[in-house]
Design a protein around this ligand. Structure first.
Ligand code: PMP
Ligand code: GLN
Length: 383
């Protein structure tokens, strides 16, 4: 078969979750919580399932949900958004990313991604006929946390650059944007036709008192951006696969042209229930930062007893651990061995990187009950 994606295999999330299951290992690989959504939300889903919300939803999303998303953009990011023209509900952030890329990337266009880059970006760009340019996030003595190398990004831009992809808080490294980053990006893309696709699925999971620097906050960048999020992360419901894209009307119009022939519309009762819940408790997401910060702190405190080295994540529900003091193996081999022999599954970070050599780091998901984190840490501390 002459594959359109010759270098793509089964995703690392599927591979590692399957290996964890086969080995009976604690699964800190694929990112999903080990706890349930809020009971009030589950009740609302049940009610909606039993009250006739079981046929196709409107193509762009249930109006009440689009309005709740627009209200959130106003409340958190001070962005006035037209719920009818600028919000589209999607089958998870994954579908939104795919639609945004396919709406704007033509054969020959270049898309800049920052490595480590979430694994769904490049295949979508390839299928659209585009080329992906990988630039590494960097760290330096003056700025030890991973960040964007602006000079390198400026130098990478050509007249074929169509999109810069952002993902902050960042999966897998947990790094976040610095205060000047959005202004610098605005300056870099000013007077170009470059668009921004901003994957903000971890927008509410940000630690140590920082607030999320959404592209929605930025008057200039917002004009050229698709801002994407996921209810899966925010409501502990990754299996529902509901997300959304907020973009100015002209971009949303193009986005919807792809969405309507990709998915057409998204699971109806869940959309209604999410809208109900967002009206009932609009501030629910505000509690996530503290909730996950406690988990991060617990996991990091336990791991300080180990030979792994790390800088605590600034956001997301992932912690990257460096195992170079333990083994010289490559990260894919080491992650497999840890799963089989130690009983803890993780994600090797090199699978997210095309721009630099494999690292000796693994990503662990700490969206787990405290006893699961304790058990995993006990096993990892034996190494
Ligand atoms: N982007 C990033 C950075 C993610 O981590 C994820 C899922 N973990 C997604 C997109 C996809 O989100 P969804 O499950 O809503 O499709
Ligand atoms: N985004 C999740 C992660 O980073 C996994 C999603 C998936 O399995 N496709 O672990």
């Amino acid at each position: 078969m002459d594959s359109k994606l010759p270098h793509v295999g089964t995703t690392i999330f599927t591979v590692m979750s399957q290996l964890a299951q086969d080995c009976g290992a604690i699964n800190l690989s694929q990112g999903f919580p080990s706890f349930e959504p809020d009971a009030r939300l589950l009740d609302l889903v049940t009610q909606r399932l039993h009250s006739g919300a079981n046929q196709y939803a409107p193509m762009t999303g249930v109006p009440a949900l689009r309005q709740a998303i627009a209200a959130k953009a106003g409340r958190l990011y001070d962005r006035g958004v037209d719920a009818d023209a600028e919000v589209t509900v999607t089958a998870g952030a994954t579908e939104a990313l795919f639609c945004a890329i396919h709406a704007v990337v033509r054969p020959g266009d270049e898309v800049i991604v920052l490595d480590p880059a979430y694994d769904s970006y490049e295949p979508a760009v390839t299928l659209a006929g585009g080329a992906t340019l990988h630039l590494p996030l960097v760290s330096s003595a003056e700025r030890p946390e991973l960040h964007i190398d602006w000079q390198r990004l400026r130098d990478a831009i050509t007249d074929r650059t169509r999109v810069v992809m952002l993902n902050f808080p960042h999966n897998p490294t947990g790094t976040v944007l610095g205060p000047g980053d959005l202004d610098t990006l605005a300056e870099v893309v000013r007077d170009t036709g470059i668009l921004i696709i901003s994957d903000e699925v971890y927008e509410h999971i940000i630690f140590d008192g920082a607030s999320h620097l959404s592209v929605l906050r930025h008057d200039e960048l917002w004009q050229r951006a698709f801002v994407i999020s996921s209810f899966g992360k925010t409501y502990h419901a990754t299996g529902w696969k509901v997300g959304y894209c907020v973009a100015p009307e002209a971009l949303s119009t193009e986005f919807r042209k792809v969405h309507q022939f990709n998915c057409f519309c998204v699971v109806s009762p869940i959309q209604h229930a999410l809208a109900d819940f967002m009206q009932l408790d609009p501030a629910y997401p505000d509690g996530l930062a503290d909730f996950y910060q406690q988990k991060r702190d617990q996991f990091c405190a336990l791991m300080r007893e180990s030979r792994f080295r790390f800088v605590p994540a600034a956001g997301t529900y992932f912690q990257v651990l460096d195992y170079s003091a333990i083994s010289a193996e490559d990260d894919i081999g080491f992650a497999r061995r840890l799963t089989r022999e130690i009983g803890v599954a993780s994600i090797p970070v090199s699978v997210f990187c095309a721009s630099h050599p494999p690292t000796r780091t693994l990503r662990f998901c700490f969206a787990k009950d405290d006893d699961v984190l304790k058990q995993a840490a006990t096993l990892l501390c034996e190494l």
